[in-house]
Design a protein around this ligand. Structure first.
Ligand SMILES: Cc1ncc(COP(=O)(O)O)c(C=O)c1O
Length: 409
């Protein structure tokens, strides 16, 4: 079965639901049992992980979403969580104990870093940040106490591609688990388990849900025992997504392939245009042949989502505010993967520690939605005109390169 077919048909059995195409929303806390014996045996063996026992452990709607994502990523089993960030923190918690050491990629999503620096630190887990471009040299950072290497490829702010197979090979030698935030790669464009990853994390909030109307996470594991370790942790924390959000995420997943294809094409068109603009120093997008991560991306990924970064020549916040505030289609807001285009400042230099961000110039992160890319390019072109228009009487100098106009920025 190809992925497009899988996205339509996985975890769906209309004949079990009166022929209705979509699995209904099962709302539940209490689940009733026919006898005392059945109640007493409700958590035995496989039932603990895969049967409907109590609403907080999952309903048929929850399990259908988990199964669909697990099948698409090529994993053994998945647990659904209340948000993408909960998927990250619970996956880490599942594999770390007091006294353990964690290797965390320096380009990781900010709140993941915050979890390491606060909660994990408080509970006695030491974190070492590593250069996203480290590749097989990660082995030199592995200590006897290292239990987990966390990866995010590419980083969702600075877009460095990691050599995941090399990192997994080094980890395997030392019996270390590799966790990956695979939200950018999506379950379609990067197959984590085929590249050696043990546990994959999806912020289903992004392309899976696809409509900016819910938060949800999915943790998928390579083997049954890894899956059980993850599910035990989500259950003991009482973390679950509501059935309506699971339903919406599953509905989003059915059309994800088509959306991704259109957004990939539009993203590439917009990014290619951007890198030719005089205001742009560099576009951070592994799908571009000029990107330093392009060769690794081409080797390991089958596509690119529509999230990328742009380094501008200018660092002037008032100029950039004028450009962003006036966009017609690129709205200012966090998150990505929905049908609409977005932009936010990225500010990587404030975050990095292991591989400091040395590029000068303001970094913006763009998400390309389902709008026509020509309209988006026109919106960006108008924005660059505003970038050079100071609000002072000297603005008549805007087109004179000698006087700091936009053509010299
Ligand atoms: C790479 C990455 N991982 C995880 C998350 C967290 O997802 P959520 O917003 O569902 O908590 C985000 C959200 O922006 C993200 O960009």
């Amino acid at each position: 079965m190809k992925d497009d077919t899988r996205m339509v048909h996985s975890a769906r059995n209309p004949q079990q639901h009166q022929g209705i195409v979509n699995l209904p929303v099962y709302r539940a806390s209490t689940v009733l049992y026919p006898s005392l014996e059945a109640f007493n045996r409700r958590g035995e063996g496989d039932s603990k992980y895969r049967k409907v026992r109590y609403g907080a452990y999952g309903t048929p709607t929850t399990y259908a979403l988990a199964d669909a994502v697990a099948e698409l990523e090529g994993g053994h089993g998945a647990a659904v969580t209340s948000s993408g960030l909960a998927a990250v923190t619970l996956a880490l918690t599942a594999f770390l104990h007091q006294g353990d050491h964690l290797l965390m990629v320096d380009s990781v999503y900010g709140p993941t870093r915050q979890f390491c620096d606060t909660v994990l630190k408080r509970f006695g887990v030491a974190t070492t940040y590593y250069d996203p471009l480290i590749g097989d040299k990660i082995e030199s950072l592995i200590r006897p106490a290292t239990r987990v290497i966390f990866t995010e490829s590419p980083g969702s702010l600075t877009f460095e591609i990691q050599d995941i197979p090399a990192i997994c090979a080094a980890a395997r030698k030392h019996d270390v688990r590799v966790l990956m935030d695979n939200t950018w790669g999506t379950p379609v464009f990067f197959k984590p388990f085929a590249h050696g990853v043990d546990v994959s994390i999806q912020a289903g909030t992004k392309y899976i849900a696809g409509h900016s109307d819910l938060v949800i996470g999915i943790i998928t594991a390579r083997t049954e025992s890894l899956f059980r370790q993850v599910k035990d942790t989500t259950m003991v924390f009482g973390d679950i997504a509501g059935p309506d959000d699971c339903y919406l995420a599953l509905r989003g997943l059915r059309s994800m392939g088509a959306r991704l294809r259109q957004q990939q094409a539009a993203g590439l068109k917009v990014a290619t245009w951007l890198q030719d603009q005089p205001e742009v120093k560099r576009v951070l997008y592994p799908a571009l042949p000029e990107d330093p991560g392009h060769a690794l991306w081409k080797r390991d990924f089958t596509g690119a989502c529509s999230l990328f970064g742009v380094i501008l020549h200018t660092d002037s916040e008032p100029d950039i505010a004028r450009m962003l505030d006036g966009y017609r289609y690129f709205k200012i807001g966090a998150s990505w993967g929905g049908y609409e285009s977005l932009v936010i400042p990225a500010n990587p230099s404030k975050i990095r520690t292991a591989a400091p961000w040395t590029e000068t110039g303001y970094v913006l992160r763009y998400h390309v939605g389902l709008e026509d890319p020509d309209d988006l390019i026109a919106d960006l072109a108008e924005g660059f005109k505003r970038l050079g228009q100071a609000d002072t009487p000297a603005s008549s100098d805007q087109d004179d390169p000698e006087k700091g106009g936009r053509s010299s920025s």
